[in-house]
Structure formats: C-alpha cells, structure tokens
Design a protein around this ligand. Structure first.
Ligand SMILES: Cc1ncc(COP(=O)(O)O)c(C=O)c1O
Length: 281
C-alpha cells in the first residue's frame, strides 16, 4: 500500500499499516504542506499498489489535503487501487462527496465535527471494497467489513453496540439536519476564515498554504513568541483553552479548533481574550 504522510495522524496510519504486517511505502510531504496530485501520479506510475491511505484533514498541521483531486488521479493512473481516507477531523464540518469522488473507505469519529463524546467511529465503504474484502483470508472478527455489512442491512451490529452513544448520535444528527448541512459547512468555513485572517492581522500566519487551510482547525505559526502554557493558564480562567502545536511543532505553532457545535461568538470570545493576553506580554 501507499501511505501519504504529511503530519502526525498520517504518520500514525503508516505505523498502523506496518505494525499490521502490511508492506507500505511512504509518499511524503513536509508537515504543513499538502500531498500533491502530481506526486501521487508519479508514485502510482512507478509501482502498483492495492490501496492508498490519505488523511483528509491533518489535525496536527491544519492542512486539508486535496482529496477530490487526489482521488481523481488514483482513478486515472491506477484504477484498481482502493482509496482509503481518514476524515476524523473533517467529516460533518466539510462537504465530502464520497461516491462522486470514488472514495472506497472513509472513516470518522464521534468526538470531532459531530461534537459528541468520544467512543464511536463511523465508516462508509464502497461496493468494490466489500468485494475485495471477500478475497481477504484473515479479516479478523470485530473489523470484518463483510460481517458488519451483513448485520448493517438488518439494522443490527454483530457485537454489543454502544447504545448510550447511539442515542446521543440520534439527537445530534437531528440537530445537524436542523441546521442544514450546507449551513454547517459554511459556518465552519466562516470560523476558519475569521481565525486565519485574525492571525495575519496580528503578525502571525497559518502553517498551511493558502487554498489548503483546514476549515475545522487552524494551525498558526507562533511568530509572536507567545508562551502557550501561560496563554492557556489565562484562557482557562475564562473557561477556554487552545491546543499547543503537535509533536515537533509544539510552541512553534498553536491550534485553534473551530468545529462541531463551536459558533462564531465562541471564536470571537477566544480571539478577544488572546488579544488581551498579548497586550500584557
Ligand atoms: C486525523 C485524525 N486521525 C485519527 C485520530 C484519532 O486519534 P485518537 O484515537 O488518538 O484520538 C485523530 C484524533 O485527533 C485525528 O485528528
């Protein structure tokens, strides 16, 4: 398989492949850069792969990889290669056209843009991925797609489901539909633009290049040398906090999440407090 790696979570997916005994090659970009369709095309021309893995929204770097374009290249250059996507921090906040783009497997989890407690994950699987699964001998049990599908069509699960979260999901999906998906996506985009333009106005800038900046989490270069730990101590007195940079990006960047049920007034409140902190630096 070919693992696209341009951040912490795509690195982790590569590690998942290797620790499961899969032969995986890395298609890398710097943390903060995107995986380009050209690089993908070159890699697929050089070698045949059963699957590619792509993290749509790299939560560590605030980069949104160009999934539609990457999927188009895979279909064009290597039509038998399955496209597997981690959309943990984008699905529900960003429009993803799974069928139209020809994605074979896409997964997300309850605690990001669905704004629920952690503990549940969701996936959509293409017919051809299910057909391919039939040829796999050791599919395990809990994550055997064929077993899951057999039960899914009977509105059931092969194992004990997490009923408390399923009831919560029922409530949350009603809330999401009442807002309207397009409105929800527009709200995420507007919050991202607000945070990212605020950063520039205050002498900082997003790590991701223009056009590929995440709509759900902004990773901002800490160009003002803000003491992130002290900032969080101050923010916590007001019931808020932001995230330090991930791994090597710690203190060099910070991350502001604007996803799920976060609204523009929450973002405004955070940025106002951030400004007050910087005035006293
Ligand atoms: C893109 C992405 N993939 C996967 C995960 C899952 O990681 P964990 O199980 O440690 O929450 C996360 C969590 O933040 C994520 O952002």
């Amino acid at each position: 398989m070919l693992s696209c790696v341009n951040g912490a979570f795509s690195e982790r997916w590569y590690q998942v492949a290797v620790t499961n005994g899969k032969q995986a090659d890395r298609l890398e970009a710097e943390w903060g850069d995107i995986i380009t369709p050209d690089k993908m095309a070159d890699a697929l021309k050089a070698k045949s792969y059963e699957a590619v893995t792509i993290v749509h929204n790299e939560t560590s770097t605030g980069v949104e990889n160009p999934l539609k374009e990457l999927a188009a290249v895979v279909h064009d250059v290597s039509p038998n290669t399955l496209i597997l996507v981690d959309a943990v921090s984008s699905m529900g906040g960003v429009k993803i056209e799974t069928d139209a783009w020809g994605v074979d497997f896409i997964l997300t989890s309850s605690q990001k843009c669905f704004a629920m407690p952690p503990g549940m994950s969701f996936a959509a699987v293409s017919d051809r991925a299910l057909e391919r699964a039939e040829k796999v001998e050791n599919r395990g049990w809990y994550f055997d797609l064929l077993r899951l599908e057999k039960h899914r069509i009977k509105n059931s699960t092969p194992m004990t489901p997490t009923m408390s979260l399923i009831w919560a999901l029922d409530v949350q999906l009603d809330k999401m539909l009442a807002e309207g998906l397009d409105n929800r996506f527009a709200r995420h985009q507007a919050m991202a633009e607000r945070v990212q333009s605020w950063a520039v106005e205050h002498g900082m800038e997003p790590l991701a290049p223009q056009g590929y900046r995440s709509k759900t989490v902004s990773t901002i270069k800490n160009l003002r040398g803000v003491d992130i730990a002290a900032l969080n101590k101050f923010l916590l007195t007001k019931g808020m906090r932001l995230s330090n940079g991930y791994g090597d990006l710690k203190n060099k960047t910070f991350r502001i999440a604007h996803m799920g049920e976060t609204k523009m007034h929450h973002v405004d409140e955070l940025l106002e407090a951030f400004e007050a902190f910087m005035e006293n630096m």
